[in-house]
Design a protein around this ligand. Structure first.
Ligand code: ADP
Length: 236
């Protein structure tokens, strides 16, 4: 009976998931379809405006498909963790150089803050951790209109802490749990697939860590990753 109940609820969850996916796909497709029809009829549509909408919708669909692929890989447990020896400083510098232009383009300051002694070389899955940090930093830049975005890294007793802080609007208390679920976006936010945080949290858990939203007294948002990062000692 227990097994039957859990199969039923898993099946319901899947139906809900499929309903959300179809809903998410339908609206951008409708927009693309609608503009293509107007063009065909030769109604005086503004070509540039139409192209802009079609582009935005296609980008949205691409992100959605990529996110869904990531999620299904995670759910089927197909994702293998690949740890390797990584120079922590170059890893961080690389991320900063990727994200800084986007922050500066919006007039935001972007800083990397290191606290304590970081290991020179550590063992971890750099591609996955990079994916999560880029995700959090892109959100921070996307939602912040003025001020700064900071990546703060600390290390003590083989435990690393990565914090992504911004001076944006912050996250309402009623949204704090919800935003980590697939397809959930904050109130009134229609852009974005709502998959980034769900993927990031699952990835961090697979890497053996934890991703949480922490409150900051000065407002804005702060996402914190705590994970074990073993130091590789004695290597030049
Ligand atoms: P997406 O950004 O694609 O909508 P995410 O899963 O990355 O999906 O984020 C879910 C929601 O969490 C966003 O829609 C937004 O409302 C909220 N959010 C995430 N990061 C931030 C941030 N740094 N500041 C404010 N709101 C955020």
């Amino acid at each position: 009976e227990t097994a039957r109940q859990s199969a039923i609820s898993a099946n319901l969850a899947k139906s809900r998931y499929l309903a959300s996916v179809s809903h998410e796909i339908r609206s951008p497709l409708n927009a693309i379809y609608g503009y293509a029809q107007l063009f065909e009829r030769g109604d005086g549509v503004n070509a540039q405006e139409a192209a802009r909408v079609i582009l935005r919708c296609s980008e949205h669909l691409t992100n959605l498909v990529e996110g869904l692929l990531d999620i299904s890989q995670l759910e089927f447990g197909m994702l293998r963790v690949r740890t390797e020896e990584v120079r922590l400083n170059s890893f961080l510098d690389h991320i900063v150089s990727m994200m800084r232009p986007a922050a500066h383009a919006k007039g935001l300051a972007f800083t990397l803050e290191k606290t304590g002694r970081l290991p020179e070389i550590a063992r971890f899955d750099q591609n996955r951790l990079r994916q999560v940090l880029i995700n959090l930093l892109s959100n921070a830049i996307k939602f912040t209109q003025q001020g700064s975005v900071t990546l703060k890294v600390g290390y003590a007793g083989q435990i690393a802490t990565f914090e992504v802080k911004d001076t944006g609007p912050g996250i309402a208390p009623e949204d704090r749990q919800r935003i980590f679920e697939p397809f959930e976006r904050g109130e009134g936010r229609e852009s974005g697939a709502g998959l980034g945080l769900a993927i990031s949290r699952t990835l961090v858990e697979i890497l053996g860590g934890q991703l949480d939203l922490v409150s900051t007294p000065e407002g804005g948002s702060c996402f914190r990753i705590v994970m074990m990062l073993s130091e590789v000692a004695g290597k030049a």
